[in-house]
Design a protein around this ligand. Structure first.
Ligand SMILES: NC(=O)CC[C@H](N)C(=O)O
Length: 248
């Protein structure tokens, strides 16, 4: 929608990994049907100028289509939101989806630094989520962030416990060695250094970092390691391999 600014990187990353990607504007939903797609990607940006809260207005445009969106997710297909897209999924109550009813149990609050944090970070893969496990298990990945409202806050300890119990914490911020997660490694102050979360089933994914901005090795920061491939390439290839397995 207006203010989205990462759609081209997302579109090209999906395409380069094998998908026949296509842009869908929020105003086209209804005419274009979710069920005709194998994967939905809500890109990052400043939809509606981040007024009210980042992602709130975009979510209100999707809310009238929530039944179709729920049906899409219940069919096992992947719904993914990056940065502003994660904020939209959080506003919609699609993540972390701790109850039988989808209701809101988290927010993405203002960064502890009270600043827009725009730089590279490291995240570790901390779940057994079947989409990325084959490539990412035990790995520390370099991915950039660019946000002002990325601090994961849950409504209660019960929600946090349930997220841990159901293996929904997919990525956590860390330093390059996987030992320190204080600021600036954790750029926003998220509880448990959460950088990415899923729903219980693992097919709705919300991420604050931007894998679509590091598809190629040359887009990675030079940190002394050889980055032949970008983190994004492996990330999007994993989405494609999983979607193929679903029989798409
Ligand atoms: N890169 C993004 O998607 C930014 C998200 C949102 N505008 C924020 O600043 O928090």
């Amino acid at each position: 929608m207006e203010g989205t600014n990462n759609e081209e990187e997302a579109f090209l990353s999906l395409r380069r990994s094998g998908f026949e990607s296509e842009y869908v504007h929020v105003s086209e939903i209804g005419k274009k049907k979710f069920e005709d797609y194998d994967l939905l990607f809500i890109p990052g940006g400043f939809s509606a100028g981040d007024y009210v809260r980042a992602g709130a207005i975009f979510a209100s445009r999707l809310a009238p289509h929530i039944n179709e969106l729920n049906k899409f997710v219940d069919s096992g297909k992947i719904l993914i939101g990056v940065c502003n897209g994660f904020q939209v999924l959080s506003e919609l109550g699609m993540i972390p989806d701790t109850g039988t009813e989808r209701k809101r149990t988290m927010v993405l609050g203002t960064n502890d630094s009270d600043r827009f944090e725009c730089r590279y970070t490291y995240i570790k893969y901390t779940s057994k989520n079947k989409i990325f496990r084959r490539h990412f298990e035990g790995k520390i990945l370099q991915v950039p962030v660019a946000h002002m409202e990325g601090k994961v806050i849950f409504d209660s300890k019960k929600t946090l416990d349930s997220v841990i119990e159901n293996d929904q914490m997919i990525f956590q911020y860390t330093d390059i060695n996987g030992t320190d997660s204080s600021y600036p490694w954790n750029p926003n102050g998220s509880v448990m250094d959460i950088a990415g979360l899923t729903n219980r089933e693992g097919n709705v994914i919300g991420l604050m970092p931007h894998p679509e901005r590091v598809y190629y090795g040359f887009q990675m920061m030079n940190d002394g390691n050889k980055h032949k491939n970008g983190t994004g390439e492996v990330f999007f290839n994993s989405l494609y391999e999983y979607t193929k397995k679903l029989g798409a």
